[in-house]
Design a protein around this ligand. Structure first.
Ligand SMILES: Cc1cc2nc3c(=O)[nH]c(=O)nc-3n(C[C@H](O)[C@H](O)[C@H](O)COP(=O)(O)OP(=O)(O)OC[C@H]3O[C@@H](n4cnc5c(N)ncnc54)[C@H](O)[C@@H]3O)c2cc1C
Length: 382
C-alpha cells in the first residue's frame, strides 16, 4: 500500500471521523489516524448519547443546526443505522437568565418553531418534571438524542466504504508541514498527503504545528440512573433538558432520557481543569454524582434512583466556549478544529464537512467567523 494520500485526518473522535467520511465521500484518498482504538473511552466522543438541539443563545449555532439535522438523516439513510431519536427538548430557568432569554430570542430570529410555557402548563406536558413557580420553560420539538458511539463508528465504517484507510493504535508523533504537502509520522510509519485536518480533542498537538491555542481540558462526567418505571424516563416519553440554574450547582445541569436501556442520564456542564493529560484521574467524583442526585430530587422527583453507572469524560474548553474551526494561518492546506467546549457532538458532521471543504476547496458556504483563530490575541504561528 502506498503511504501517499490526498487528505490525512488526525484524530478519530466525533469530528475527525466525520471529516474522514466527508473527505472520502467527495472522492479524496483519505488516511484517518487514531492513537487509541476506534470509539475508545479516553476522549470526548464515547457513550450512549448526546443532545442534539436547535436551542442556542447565539443564532450562528441555530443556523448550523439547520444543516446538521439533515446530515444525520442522510447518514442514517446511507448506513441503515438509527442514530437520532426525536424526543423534544426543554430549557428551564428564570426568564431573566441570559442564556435562556438568548435561546428564546435566537430561535425566534431564526424562525425555529418553539413555545414558552408557564410552569403549570409545562408540568402537565412533562409530568416527570417539577418546575419552580418563577421559572419559564422553553420547548422545542425537534431536539433529541444522538447515539454517540454509534455515530462515530458509522462515520468510520462509511469512510472506509468510500475508500478511506483507517489506522487505529497509531499515535502521531511528528508533523512536518511543507509548502504544498504534509509529512506525518505515526505508529512507526511515515505518511504524506496534499492536505491535513487536525482534530485531536484534549491532546494538545497543536503546538507541533506552531499554534499556541488557549485550550483547557476539563474533567466532566456522564452519570446514568436506574429511574423507574424505565419507560417514563426513556426516549418514548422524556425530553432532553437543560436547567439554567448554574447558581445552584456550580455548573449547568442537563439530561437525556434513557437510550437502548442506558438509564436516565444527568450531567453537569463543565468540571475542573486537567493539569496533565498523561495523568488524568478517571475515577468519577462522588461530589458530582451527589449534585446530580440533588438536582433530580428537586426537579425530577419520581426519577430519584440509584446510580447505575458513571464515567469520566473530557471537554476541551476555549475561553469563550465557542469552537475553533479554521485554516492554519500560515498553511492553507491545513485545517484544524478544537470543537468541544462540551457541545460539539451534534455539529460534528457539519464541522467535518466544513474542514473538508476548507482544505479541498479553500472555502466553506457556512458562516464560521465566530470560530476563527484570529480572535485569540495570544495565537502564535511559525
Ligand atoms: C460527558 C459529555 C457530554 C457531552 N454532551 C454533549 C451533548 O449532549 N451534545 C453535544 O453536542 N456535545 C456534547 N458533548 C461534547 C462532544 O461530545 C464533543 O464536543 C465531541 O465529542 C468532541 O469531539 P472531537 O472529535 O473534537 O474530540 P475527541 O472525541 O477527543 O477526539 C479526538 C481524537 O483525537 C485522537 N488523537 C489525539 N491526539 C492524537 C495523536 N497524536 N495521534 C492520533 N490520534 C490522536 C484522540 O485519541 C481522540 O480519539 C459532551 C461531551 C462530554 C465529555
Amino acid at each position: 500500500m502506498s503511504n501517499t494520500f490526498d487528505v490525512i485526518v488526525i484524530g478519530a473522535g466525533a469530528v475527525g471521523s466525520a471529516a474522514a467520511y466527508f473527505a472520502a465521500r467527495s472522492g479524496q484518498h483519505v488516511l484517518l489516524l487514531e492513537q487509541f482504538e476506534i470509539d475508545h473511552q479516553n476522549g470526548s466522543s464515547y457513550g450512549a448519547s448526546r443532545i442534539i438541539r436547535y436551542a442556542y443563545d447565539h443564532p450562528v449555532y441555530v443556523e448550523l443546526a439547520k444543516s446538521t439535522f439533515p446530515l444525520w438523516a442522510a447518514l442514517e439513510a446511507e448506513s441503515g443505522e438509527t442514530l437520532y431519536t426525536q424526543t423534544g427538548g426543554i430549557d428551564f430557568g428564570r426568564v431573566d437568565q441570559p442564556t435562556l432569554r438568548g435561546m428564546i430570542d435566537s430561535l425566534a430570529a431564526c424562525n425555529i418553531p418553539h413555545e414558552v410555557l408557564e410552569p403549570d402548563e409545562a408540568h402537565q406536558r412533562f409530568p416527570q418534571f417539577r418546575f419552580d413557580d418563577d421559572m419559564k420553560v422553553l420547548y422545542q420539538g425537534d431536539a433529541g438524542v444522538l447515539r454517540a458511539s454509534l455515530c462515530v463508528r458509522t462515520h468510520v465504517r462509511l469512510a472506509q466504504q468510500h475508500g478511506a484507510v483507517v489506522r487505529d493504535q497509531s499515535p502521531v508523533t511528528r508533523i512536518e508541514i511543507k509548502s504544498d504537502s504534509v509529512e506525518i509520522q505515526a505508529g512507526g510509519e511515515i505518511f504524506s498527503a496534499a492536505a491535513l485536518i487536525v482534530v485531536p480533542g484534549p491532546w494538545g498537538i497543536f503546538a507541533s504545528i506552531g499554534l499556541d491555542l488557549p485550550l483547557t481540558p476539563v474533567k466532566t462526567h456522564e452519570a446514568y440512573f436506574d429511574s423507574q418505571p424505565a419507560e417514563r424516563y426513556d426516549t418514548t416519553s422524556f425530553p432532553i433538558f437543560i436547567a439554567h440554574t448554574l447558581e445552584n450547582y456550580g455548573f449547568m445541569p442537563y439530561g437525556l432520557p434513557g437510550v437502548d436501556g442506558s438509564g436516565l442520564k444527568v450531567g453537569l456542564h463543565g468540571g475542573p481543569p486537567i493539569a496533565d493529560m498523561n495523568a488524568v484521574d478517571r475515577t468519577p467524583s462522588p461530589d458530582v454524582i451527589e449534585k446530580a442526585q440533588t438536582f433530580i430530587k428537586r426537579h425530577i422527583p419520581g426519577g430519584s434512583a440509584p446510580l447505575k453507572y458513571a464515567r469520566v469524560c473530557l471537554y476541551t474548553m476555549t475561553p469563550d466556549e465557542h469552537f475553533i474551526i479554521d485554516r492554519h494561518p500560515a498553511h492553507d492546506h491545513v485545517a484544524i478544529s478544537a470543537s468541544c467546549s462540551g457541545h460539539a457532538f451534534k455539529f460534528s458532521n457539519i464541522i467535518g464537512q466544513i474542514l473538508t471543504d476548507l482544505v479541498c476547496n479553500g472555502t466553506t458556504q457556512h458562516d464560521i467567523g465566530l470560530f476563527s483563530l484570529s480572535r485569540f490575541d495570544q495565537l502564535q504561528s511559525v
